[in-house]
Design a protein around this ligand. Sequence first.
Ligand SMILES: Cc1cc2nc3c(=O)[nH]c(=O)nc-3n(C[C@H](O)[C@H](O)[C@H](O)COP(=O)(O)O)c2cc1C
Length: 259
Amino acid sequence: MPTGGTNATAATAGIAGTAGIAGTAGEAVRVPWIVGVSGASGTPYAASVLRGLLAAQLPVDLVLSRAARLTLLDETGIGWRDAAWLDPLSIWLGRRADGTRRRDADEVRARIERLVEVHPPADLGARPSSGSYPTRGMIVVPASTASLAGVALGLSKDLLQRAADVTLKEGRRLVVVPREMPYTRATLRHMLDLDAAGAVVAAASPGFYAGARDVDDLADFVAGRVLDAAGVSNDLFRRWTGTLGEARSAAAGSQPDPT
Ligand SMILES: Cc1cc2nc3c(=O)[nH]c(=O)nc-3n(C[C@H](O)[C@H](O)[C@H](O)COP(=O)(O)O)c2cc1C
């Protein structure tokens, strides 16, 4: 987990490109992770990453691309409005992938109220547009091939792409989570370019060795590995212990064997 929580100054948090930044005597400076949600399938991945950051008490600046509103509506039935985001965000993060309410939904909402700010994607004047705004880095999850290309090429066509470009130019951590198959040669090249620029390309590619029992477990596996890549400690999935079949046995132990 990055040093410092919500009260850490950028300087004491050791955030790249923010050396020397601090509030006036004793004043806390909010240093968020930026999370960009683009219009690829995979809203459960974004929800799990956001819950993981909030569970670690880390502030988040959130940008949903215009196309992400379509995937959110399609995959969850939730209509997003930047002007009134608290309810849709709380409902989204407070539900499981099958639409049922999570037991920690109230706690998640309280964390959202305390830690999250939302910026409209067309607001190129918002703070994440500038490298002088201290951030811990950025996670684009899920990343459409369009956003991935835009970041690789430095297009900055909206706030999501601009914030990612700023993250790269400031030498901060950028994790991009593409969701597509198969990949075109252009997308593969864009991934190589992002890797060369210092980003981590972490495809939404769930592993089955962690004893997943449902869609939420698979989404949490991807989100946990994404947070690992960002350097954020998390316990979203069961880590490999070196013993074959251990996770499957543990999962089976909590469910009846139908055979
Ligand atoms: C329901 C739905 C699912 C989509 N799934 C994907 C996907 O998995 N991967 C992808 O790259 N694009 C996907 N798209 C297409 C993107 O939304 C489209 O390329 C859009 O221009 C991306 O814009 P953005 O990167 O600004 O969000 C999907 C679109 C819709 C409506």
